[in-house]
Design a protein. Structure first.
Length: 408
């Protein structure tokens, strides 16, 4: 009998995509599904970057350099300078989406059996890439009551062992929307220096900060050799399908080693590099409109959620995600029920159960992640669906019972 690998069996299913078959079945029944489960913005991709591909004079679509086209990397130097990050073109390695940047970082800096500390809830695919690399994720729990602020540094100290090699952060955060403060980033710097740890910093949403200052790990003086910045154009320019990201580090040994993984996969996507290069030429004012639109969407969704009896949603400071606590018994069951057994005015909503964003077993069972990536009218309709669903869900939990559980 042929067997699946241990790695394959251990690979976790995506909480963002695992319910897609149920959504597809609902659509076959004629039910409209509002997708708040995935960070796929409905904001138009800038026509200028699509035109750059259409108008490119390409006779043969060739491999690029394994680090990506030098012309694009030099453009990115200009882009990063605008956000206070000083790097050179030979410190940037272009990747197939931000996902490959994460993968290169784990494969380059960590050995099988090493441990990485990640504040939870965290981007679910960190778990998947850690699994592929044979790395153990050690979660440090942040709480919805504090808006998912960084846990106290003392909590990090408790779990650091001789196997600990890195800390992974995402700010503004996916899935919580939390925006790390400068003080929190400085605390992370000190612990990384003290224990000689890498700091992997996922900064895919830096343009969308609403209630505070964007602080990059690259802004932390004295931590230059520790930082691996993971980036992508997917959300910045509403270009998720381009699959164009970046791995950025000033640590030459790390960069040179990551290059070997880059060479093994040959080169990043050619047409996407043309898009990315054109994106850098967009005026700085380009971000004003999408940022304002996401802010309106955030305000609407958070207001609607907190008006529903038994629901609590902290106000996210950035990105376009929020985690809400619902009066339900099991978020996985609830999210499936929404697609399989519920509709309101022939409509329903797709959410991501928060269990898949936690590393600690049992957490997130009454929480869901929502992505406010749909227009205001669609968001209103989605909130109507959720409100009606919570009135009739068979596994609804009494508000008094939720309060008692929270106290425990």
């Amino acid at each position: 009998m042929l067997n699946i690998s241990i790695r394959g069996n251990a690979m976790p299913a995506s909480p963002i995509r695992k319910l897609v078959p149920y959504a597809e079945n609902a659509k076959k029944k004629g039910i409209k599904v509002y997708h708040l489960n995935i960070g796929q913005p409905d904001i138009e991709t800038p026509p200028a970057i699509l035109d750059a591909v259409r108008n490119a004079d390409i006779k043969t679509l060739e491999y690029s350099h394994s680090a990506g086209n030098e012309s694009y990397r030099k453009k990115l130097v200009e882009y990063y300078k605008k956000v206070g990050i000083t790097v050179t073109a030979d410190q940037i390695l272009l990747t197939t989406g931000g996902s490959e940047a994460i993968q290169f970082g784990f494969f380059t800096c960590l050995n099988p059996g090493d441990e990485v500390i990640i504040p939870e809830p965290f981007y679910a695919n960190y778990n998947g890439f850690a699994c592929a690399a044979g790395v153990e994720v050690v979660p440090i729990t942040s709480n919805i009551e504090t808006g998912f602020a960084l846990p106290p540094i003392a909590e990090f100290e408790k779990v650091i062992t001789n196997k600990t090699k890195a800390i992974v952060i995402c700010s503004p955060n996916n899935p919580t929307g939390y925006l790390y403060t400068r003080a929190e980033m400085e605390e992370l710097k000190e612990i990384c220096i003290k224990h000689n740890l890498y700091l992997f910093s996922d900064e895919a949403y830096r343009e969308f900060c609403y209630d505070g200052e964007y602080v990059s790990a690259m802004h932390l003086e004295g931590l230059e050799q520790h930082v691996i910045l993971m980036d992508t154009i997917s959300k910045r320019y509403s270009a998720c399908g381009a699959r164009m990201g970046a791995f950025v580090t000033k640590n030459k040994a790390v960069y040179d080693t990551a290059m070997k993984f880059a060479q093994a996969r040959l080169s990043p996507p050619g047409l996407a590099q043309i898009m990315g290069e054109a994106a850098v030429d967009l005026p700085d004012s380009y971000f004003d409109a999408p940022k304002s639109e996401y802010l309106r969407r955030r305000n609407l969704m958070v207001k609607r959620l907190n008006a529903i009896p038994g629901v609590f949603c902290p106000n996210p400071g950035g990105a376009f995600y929020a985690i809400a606590r619902l009066p339900i018994d099991d978020s996985d069951k609830f999210c499936q029920w929404l697609l399989e057994d519920f509709s309101y005015n022939n409509q329903t909503v797709m959410l991501a159960p928060a269990t898949g964003f936690y590393g600690t077993q049992g957490l997130g069972k009454n929480e869901v992640r929502l992505a406010y990536v749909l227009n205001l009218e669609a968001l209103e309709a989605a909130m109507d669906c959720l409100e009606k669903a919570l009135e009739i869900y068979p596994g609804k939990v009494a508000i008094e019972e939720m309060a008692a559980t929270a106290i425990k």
